[in-house]
Design a protein. Structure first.
Lengths: 166, 501
């Protein structure tokens, strides 16, 4: 279901970065996994252990944490054979989309769905290099109409305030 | 006849107005999602899942299943017309579909895909009807150690047989299992991995996680790797241009049959899934063909094989999910999760406790496949126009539906913030080439795996060898070990070769 072919053309041409023979990207992935595994192991020590006959809530996470840390080390070593290269991160799009979603979350209860939709659409519009106010306006208006129909037409399915109560 | 009675029960459920409507909405939304490049079935189902919370469990699962197989139907349209697979499952469809479109045979390609999909789907539904009862009989003799072993086998097979590094796949399954532990432990009441947060006591919501991992991060990936629709193919959608000729029919009949069988066999296995089924069916057809050089240049039998196989596999994937409660792919895990949210525990008991749901779902497959056939042939022109929706309008809309879905699940804006968090996490995982689908599988199956683990030890009076000494569970675990060892071995060997070159 997942495809790993998302590496853009420009990145494919670059040579993989290595630290002492370990592919840096895979090293990072492995270290994150090891750290997560160790975190789980230490956290699980706080939970009652129980016995083999009556397993407490601590044992299963403890085992999973150890397995995960081991797999992280395996990922690091497998990375010796990897030519993975970090793709270019679209910081602009990431920032714009997070800002849009964050604004929606902040505004939905305070200012109602209409205001929240406009904030979401116009902020996330910055993800594109070219800002297109007119198509964004029509998109926002269309979505407002859709939400109004959803809230008014199917009461109970979606509970949203459309406009703030004054 | 038992089966006959059951199907009557099924159809009596599936032809009710609400189920018909659910099925119709499901398959049309699914086709729509499949047609749009960059929105997969996983993202689509996670986006639309909150809409089903107010429906009955049967209607909900009928609709979500419809979205799934509808998207596989629809995915081929973008593949044929733009050489862009609308979903991963139709990647193979591009091989011969796009050349056919370039030769001005787009209408025929689209018509053949629709028919091939219908035939493949029908084959697996028949199989599911026949397989359900014996599988359930087997599953009922299972105790906790067997269930634990089978869950482990399912998880390991699903994570190692997909593309990419098998080690990373297994690591992500374990992460998913751990994420599934977050919240209050049912047996002891201890809050685990909540770090003092009250929001996390109920556990991490499947919907929120899936929307972040597959919705938001998908959009970010699309901004990393721009592949947009460029050229527009004109499609002659008149009947004359769409009907395959006699010769084309003759060429395709064998491919249709073989594709159905290959797809069904691969679909039942965990991990392989519709995309791999299509690929294998295509290679088999190419090997059997007396004119293999036509493949890749618009051979209609290649197209037919790929499309029957992916739809047959998509339907067959429901067999282990519904009768054993073990999903083979992330999409099936989502559907299973939806059932759990509705309070239905999938597994062998479902057929006894909720026969209306099980047989209603199967009956809805017939209806849904028929609807797709009727919907798709005359509406190809409309789907072609859908392809022209520019991405700068599409992605704000998807973001809005993410917000709507996340918010309406609990009416809590915090869920939207969690979606952002999981979206960034999903994108980070993409950067590090860690697959997200196994994580979802682990999350859904985690609580069940732990419960069976603890219960097995309780019943065996603390003897941990019970998993190996019981013949069935020992056998399943041995198969699991074999699967992992062989995939890791071949993957390392392949990488060595690549590296040496």
């Amino acid at each position: 279901m997942t495809d790993m072919t998302d590496v853009p053309q420009t990145a494919r041409a670059r040579r993989p970065h290595r630290i002492a023979g370990f592919n840096t990207l895979e090293l990072a992935a492995g270290l994150v996994i090891v750290a997560l595994g160790l975190l789980v192991v230490f956290e699980s020590l706080n939970y009652p252990w129980g016995s083999l006959r009556n397993v407490g809530p601590g044992i299963f996470p403890f085992l999973l944490g150890i397995v995960l840390a081991g797999l992280g080390i395996a990922v690091i070593f497998e990375g010796r054979l990897s030519d993975a290269v970090a793709p270019v991160v679209p910081w602009r799009a990431m920032l714009a989309i997070c800002a849009g979603l964050g604004a929606f979350a902040y505004l939905i209860d305070r200012a109602g769905a209409f205001v929240a939709i406009f904030a979401l659409i116009f902020l996330s519009g910055f993800a594109e290099r070219r800002y297109r106010p007119l198509p964004l306006l029509f998109t926002a208006l269309g979505l407002c109409a859709f939400v109004a129909a959803l809230v008014l037409g199917f009461r109970g399915v979606v509970n949203m305030t459309l406009l703030p109560a004054f | 006849m038992d089966l006959f009675d059951n199907m009557i029960l099924g159809f009596s459920v599936a032809v009710s107005w609400s189920s018909l409507l659910a099925c119709f909405i499901g398959v049309s939304l699914g086709t729509f999602i499949g047609v749009l490049p960059g929105v997969g079935a996983l993202a689509g189902i996670s986006l639309l899942m909150p809409l089903t919370f107010n429906q009955t469990p049967t209607d909900a699962i009928v609709m979500l299943a419809g979205i799934y197989y509808g998207s596989i139907y629809g995915g081929s349209t973008a593949a044929i017309l733009l050489n862009l697979p609308g979903s991963v499952t139709s990647a193979v469809t591009c091989f011969d579909g796009y050349p056919m479109a370039q030769q001005g045979r787009a209408g025929k390609a689209l018509a053949m895909t629709t028919l091939a999909s219908f035939i493949g789907g029908c084959f697996s539904i028949v199989l599911m009807m026949g397989f359900a009862a014996p599988l359930v009989a087997v599953a009922q003799s299972f105790g906790s150690p067997e269930y634990f072993a089978m869950t482990i086998l399912g998880l390991l097979a699903a994570s190692t047989l997909s593309q990419g590094s098998p080690v990373k796949g297994i690591a992500m399954v374990v992460v998913g299992l751990i994420v599934g532990l977050v919240g209050t432990d049912i047996q002891s009441g201890v809050a685990r991995f909540t770090f003092g947060s009250r929001e996390l006591l109920d556990g991490i919501s499947l919907v929120v996680l899936a929307m972040g991992l597959f919705g938001v991060s998908e959009i970010l990936v699309n901004f990393t790797d721009m592949h947009r629709a460029r050229s527009r193919q004109d499609v002659d959608t008149s009947w004359g241009a769409m009907m395959p000729s006699k010769q084309e029919w003759k060429d395709s009949t064998g491919a249709l049959g073989r594709g159905s069988v290959i797809g069904a066999v691969i679909g039942i296995l965990p991990g392989a899934g519709a995309a791999i089924a299509a690929f294998i069916a295509y290679s088999v057809e190419k090997k059997l063909s007396r004119t293999p050089e036509r493949f890749g240049n618009g051979a209609i039998e290649g197209l037919a094989a790929a499309e029957t196989a992916n739809n047959s596999a998509a339907q067959a994937a429901f067999i282990p999910t519904m009768s054993l409660g073990i999903p083979g792919s992330a999409t099936m895990a989502l559907l299973l999760g939806a059932l759990l949210i509705h309070g239905v525990q999938p597994g062998p008991l479902v057929i006894q406790t909720n026969p209306d749901l099980f047989w209603g779902l199967i009956a809805s497959f017939w209806i849904g496949n028929l609807m797709l056939l009727v919907l798709n042939l005359p509406m190809i022109g409309i789907w072609v126009r859908m392809l022209m929706i520019p991405y700068h309008i599409l992605y704000p809309c998807i973001l809005f539906f993410i917000c709507l879905g996340a918010f309406s699940a609990r009416n809590n804006p915090v869920d939207i913030l969690l979606v952002i968090l999981f979206g960034l996490m999903g994108y980070g995982m993409k950067l590090l080439q860690l697959p997200a689908a196994p994580l979802l599988l682990g999350l859904v199956l985690g609580p069940m795996a732990e419960e069976h683990f603890r219960r097995s030890l309780l019943l065996s009076r603390g003897d941990p060898t019970v998993f190996i000494t019981q013949p069935i569970s020992g056998g399943l675990l041995a198969v699991a070990a074999l699967v992992v060892a062989s995939t890791v071995w071949t993957s390392v060997k392949r990488k060595r070769l690549q590296h040496a070159a």
